[in-house]
Ligand binder design. Structure first.
Ligand code: HEC
Length: 144
């Protein structure tokens, strides 16, 4: 029998399907790394916190944030770990600022904030750093 191109195609397709079927439930990949969600982080205690009492890693002052209600609360709550530049670089909706605070709390282990303070910070951030307008000139420093 002569092996035509059709034979070759049919045979390779069959082989592929057989392999896929065999592997369907990961059967051929038993030793592969499987992601499992990390255990929830234990809250950092004062005694275990290696950064306790260290000065923040920047020389920013309250005045480096634009003036407005909530500036001080925001400064003292939000610049323990990074400078104001990280904050000023963002322009977000209120919802996204809210999620940013959640992110700081959950992922970056920011100490809990009092609800009143949180509301004040959120008002301040939403007011001072709203989403930037896209479009002509908005990213052009020469047009400012
Ligand atoms: C306990 C430490 C800590 C505190 C307090 C903290 N952050 Fe952060 N924040 C971080 C870390 C860590 C990063 C990631 C920094 C980096 O990439 O260099 C970060 C990044 C950010 C970013 C940049 C995110 C991005 O997507 O680029 C923003 C914005 C931000 N923080 C805002 C805030 C605000 C607002 C507060 C106060 C409500 C705050 N942070 C308080 C630790 C903190």
């Amino acid at each position: 029998m002569q092996l035509t191109i059709t034979h070759v195609v049919v045979i390779s397709l069959t082989a592929t399907f057989l392999l896929l079927a065999a592997d369907k439930a990961g059967g051929l990949r038993k030793d592969q790394y499987v992601w499992t969600p990390p255990a929830t982080q234990a809250p950092i205690t004062a005694a275990a916190d290696p950064d306790k009492g260290k000065p923040p890693p920047h020389n920013d002052k309250v005045e480096d944030l634009p003036d407005g209600k909530g500036r001080e609360t925001t400064f003292y709550t939000c610049t323990a770990c990074h400078g104001v530049a990280l904050i000023k670089a963002q322009g977000l909706t209120r919802d996204l600022w809210d999620s940013t605070i959640d992110l700081m709390l959950e992922k970056h282990r920011m100490p809990p904030v009092k609800p009143d303070d949180r509301a004040e910070i959120l008002d301040y951030l939403a007011e001072q750093f709203p989403p930037r307008r896209r479009g002509r000139g908005s990213d052009n420093p020469f047009l400012k």
